[in-house]
Design a protein. Structure first.
Length: 115
């Protein structure tokens, strides 16, 4: 319902979603019956969706596409970023892995969630 309201707000009308239903039905048919024709229909539909998305991106003249990375793409990070990064979850997890410690938290049976 929320998506439909958003479509109506953005486009002034709701968008036809039958292609999503067809893709879903073809996907389920392939999964249950291993029908390669159904799989091919899903792949063709996805490729068409991807083609349309790329075409709309290429028609967008707001951004300029680069042919090569910027010259300073591999420059050192600023000191404030290095300082913030040293206590990050990613760095802590990598350090634990380097030390041979499993970073997966142990489930105690208790959890806390704020609703």
């Amino acid at each position: 319902m929320k998506a439909r309201f958003h479509q109506y707000f953005i486009y002034g009308d709701t968008i036809d979603c039958t292609h999503w239903k067809n893709d879903y039905m073809n996907c389920m048919h392939f999964r249950k019956k291993h029908d390669l024709e159904s799989l091919e229909k899903v792949v063709v539909s996805e490729n068409e969706r991807k083609r349309q998305r790329i075409q709309s991106m290429e028609q967008n003249d707001v951004w300029k596409y680069r042919s090569s990375p910027p010259e300073n793409w591999n420059s050192p990070m600023p000191s404030w970023m290095v300082e913030n990064k040293k206590d990050s979850l990613l760095i802590n997890t990598q350090n634990m892995l380097n030390e041979g410690i499993d970073p997966t938290p142990i489930f105690t049976g208790f959890s806390c969630s704020i609703l």
